[in-house]
Design a protein around this ligand. Structure first.
Ligand code: ZN
Length: 455
């Protein structure tokens, strides 16, 4: 089902890497018709201010918020392609019992957004606390990041926080994302396929995570750990004893169930360690996944809600579980993590720490920016959310599309010519002036905007 590249010229390694998951994300893929009928995403609606207030009022902790403690560790668990429509958000299948249980005792952000719609740009944004287009990168789809970028683990490392990470895709070996990590491992012996990812890696990744977390340095001082699970990425592989059906969504659900077991195993390990009770855990995704929405499958290339709405679960010791419906962005992860570790945030961070509101402080509205910089394989797109309205701008387009994601969660009918739509476009253009776009240092004219693919 996945078309192979039309042409495979000799390419720099970064471009070849780009092809690896590019192909899996190309939008012209065709899939069996029945998959067009993937379950509608429950909980895909925009936040309702009244509902938000009701939830906040009923679930908010008592006025005495827990005091911030100064001995916390932080573990970030990200799951590739994890959509927002998961069981704890109303999806009618128990595909992720461990994550659902975790959500019930965490602060559950019901309207969280990733920074982009595919791994390379999203994780660059998470690590820098900035938009990916503001980073020094080579411009290939699977971007390599320059040393000059400041990633928050570097700041942690300078502050003597032990930093460790484990990954499950070859891209992570040499993408420049390892900056600031004392320990950085990628699951060994991965099979390479430049059109999809057939590796099953959660068991190995979880084992590496346990080994890394058993490092004596986690007992003797504070640490930050990041583990990125990859199995929900296509190709959706079968797993013994897990059978949700035969459609693409069914098979994806099987990957979620499989991954959930290993995330659960890791959560059990964390709970068993002496430092478990003083460890904050954040679970999120780098982006969502498409199952026929806007005739697209997998991810990348676009910024539709199903691609950029992601789960965000934050568990801080002492903080009461609740749901927060106010939209938030992955740009807030870096400030949250440095805050929890008691390290002064670098000035470069765009977002704000979520820690105060997770501990019960009132949360105010913030606009959301999502950025898909032009690369060798895609044109530039940006999205901007303000209240219930969302702007999607392609390239340098002066006529961005506006959607009311509360009334029209499927983003099917753009709003034109209303005062509200003009206002949000004006607001977006103002906001855009504050974005410090950085041109890529390798893939330039004739390569960008999918130029490489068009050759
Ligand atoms: Zn990804």
């Amino acid at each position: 089902m996945i078309s192979t590249p039309r042409k495979t010229p000799l390419l720099p390694i970064s471009a070849i890497l780009a092809m690896a998951l590019v192909a899996c994300a190309r939008k012209e893929d065709t899939k069996p018709a029945q998959d067009m009928n993937a379950p509608a995403p429950p909980g895909a609606s925009a936040p309702s201010p009244s509902a938000s207030a009701a939830v906040a009022a009923s679930a908010a902790p008592a006025a005495s918020a827990p005091a911030a403690r100064n001995d916390l560790n932080v573990i970030l668990i990200s799951i590739d392609c994890l959509r927002a429509d998961m069981p704890w958000a109303g999806y009618p299948r128990a595909i992720a019992p461990r994550l659902t249980e975790f959500a019930s005792r965490a602060v559950d952000y019901t309207h969280a957004y990733s920074l982009s719609s595919y791994t390379s740009m999203s994780v660059g944004g998470i690590l820098s606390g900035r938009l990916p287009g503001e980073l020094k990168r080579d411009g290939y789809f699977f971007g390599t990041y320059a040393k000059e970028n400041l990633f928050f683990p570097e700041v942690l490392q300078d502050a003597k926080v032990f930093t460790l990470a484990a990954h499950a895709h070859g891209y992570f070996k040499k993408a420049g994302l390892e900056q600031g990590f004392d320990s950085w491992e990628v699951v060994p012996d991965l099979k390479w396929n430049n059109t999809t990812d057939e590796n099953v890696t959660s068991p190995q990744l979880e084992a590496i995570a346990e080994r890394q977390l058993a490092d004596p340095r986690t007992d003797s001082g504070r640490f930050f750990a990041w583990f990125h699970f990859l199995d929900p990425h296509d190709k959706y592989m079968p797993h013994d004893g897990i059978e949700w059906g035969k459609t693409l969504r069914d098979r994806y659900d099987g990957e979620i169930t499989f991954t959930d077991r290993y995330v659960g195993k890791l959560l059990d390990f964390i709970a068993s360690r002496p430092w478990g009770p003083r460890t904050a855990i954040i679970i999120t995704a780098d982006h969502g996944e498409a199952f026929g929405e806007h005739k697209q499958f997998v991810h990348g290339f676009e910024l539709w809600e199903n691609l950029v709405r992601v789960p965000l679960l934050v568990s801080i010791p002492g903080a009461a579980a609740r749901k927060i419906d106010t939209p938030r962005s992955a740009v807030d992860l870096a400030p949250t993590i440095v805050d929890l570790l008691g390290v002064a945030p670098p000035e470069s961070l765009l977002g704000k720490s979520l820690a105060p509101e997770v501990r019960g402080a009132p949360e105010g509205p913030r606009d959301i920016l999502i950025d898909l910089p032009a690369t060798s394989d895609n044109d530039r797109k940006r999205a901007f959310l303000h209240g219930n309205l969302k702007v999607i701008a392609s390239g340098e387009s002066d006529v961005p599309q506006v959607f009311d994601i509360q009334e029209d969660p499927g983003e099917l009918t753009p709003i034109r010519g209303t005062d509200a739509s003009k206002e949000i476009v004006a607001l977006y253009k103002e906001r855009q002036k504050t974005i410090h776009d950085v041109p890529p240092f390798k893939c330039k004219e004739g390569c960008l905007n999918g130029g490489y693919r068009k050759k």
